[in-house]
Ligand binder design. Structure first.
Ligand code: CIR
Length: 280
């Protein structure tokens, strides 16, 4: 007699048809005056509010020029870091995920962004359990999602996130962020389907084996948080050697000022949540 054994179904993972940087929608939030008191590890002085606003405005314009429809949310004075909307949530074409920031002062940003995500996405999942994840620690590549452990993202949060990503059909790996680096993506960004821009300290961990890795020049580590949108790579304007390097490799570089937001450890990816709404 034959016995039929039911084996548990393996999750089926998506291979996105579109490049992961072919965004057509984004959410940003205006800076609050309280941004001058934003979290920071160093002591480079407070950012100037008008300068932060100018940097944000140029960034939103650049997203628009790259073909992205931008939804702009109002400033939140109660949350100095709330303009960095990348951290309290994740967005994919399959849906959104509400996270739990590891920075206590940022916890309330999640409920502040939940409403617009519920308006814009049919599926909005919530990170279960008590672990922490911030979006700055999550890099989406064509093959998988990389979740970096950091002072803002712990293993419990990362494991809980992996299960939610599997519901979206997305494979993921938990990886390490270098010591004393705020977020995983502080030190890396995707330049194209198989190329990353990364700091030497992150790349030497081997986390990007299999990728073509472009290293940030020494002293320009903060340039690693660049942002590819369609055919444009937005790079901090204060990093001339990185700009030249990417230009020589044939990338279409758009330099954007990040001097003021850099004083509170922020870069170009942090200021938006980006996704592809329409199938290509
Ligand atoms: C913070 O420390 O949370 C903010 N001052 C900077 C957040 C930067 N976010 C990001 O890189 N995704």
């Amino acid at each position: 007699m034959m016995t039929h054994v039911n084996t548990p179904a393996e999750p089926v993972f998506n291979t996105p048809a579109e490049p992961v940087f072919a965004f057509d929608a984004a959410i940003v939030r205006l800076p609050s005056k309280s941004v001058i008191g934003g979290l920071r590890a160093g002591d480079g002085g407070d950012p100037a509010y008008p300068g932060v606003c100018a940097e944000h405005e140029a960034y939103v314009a650049a997203l628009g020029e790259a073909g992205v429809a931008v939804t702009t949310l109002g400033a939140l004075e109660a949350y100095p870091d709330a303009m960095f909307v990348e951290d309290p949530a994740l967005v994919f074409c399959e849906g959104a995920i509400l996270l739990r920031p590891g920075a206590l002062s940022r916890a309330g940003e999640v409920s502040e962004i939940a409403g617009v995500l519920r308006d814009q996405f049919t599926t909005v999942l919530e990170l279960p359990g008590e672990g922490f994840v911030e979006g700055g620690d999550v890099l989406t590549t064509p093959e998988k999602v990389m979740i970096g452990l950091s002072s803002r993202t712990n293993r419990a949060g990362a494991s809980a996130l992996q299960k939610l990503l599997a519901e979206f059909g997305r494979a993921s790996d938990i990886v390490e962020t270098p010591a004393d680096v705020l977020h995983f993506k502080t030190d890396c960004s995707l330049l194209d389907q198989e190329t990353v821009l990364a700091t030497e300290r992150l790349a030497r961990s081997g986390v990007f084996d299999g990728f073509d890795v472009v290293l940030t020049p020494e002293g320009e580590e903060a340039a690693a948080n660049a942002l590819r949108v369609h055919d444009v790579v937005m790079v901090g304007a204060d990093f001339p050697r990185t700009i030249e390097l990417l230009d020589r490799r044939g990338f279409h570089v758009a330099p954007l000022k990040t001097t003021e937001i850099g004083k509170i450890d922020a870069g170009l990816s942090c200021m938006s949540l980006r996704w592809r709404r329409e199938p290509g």
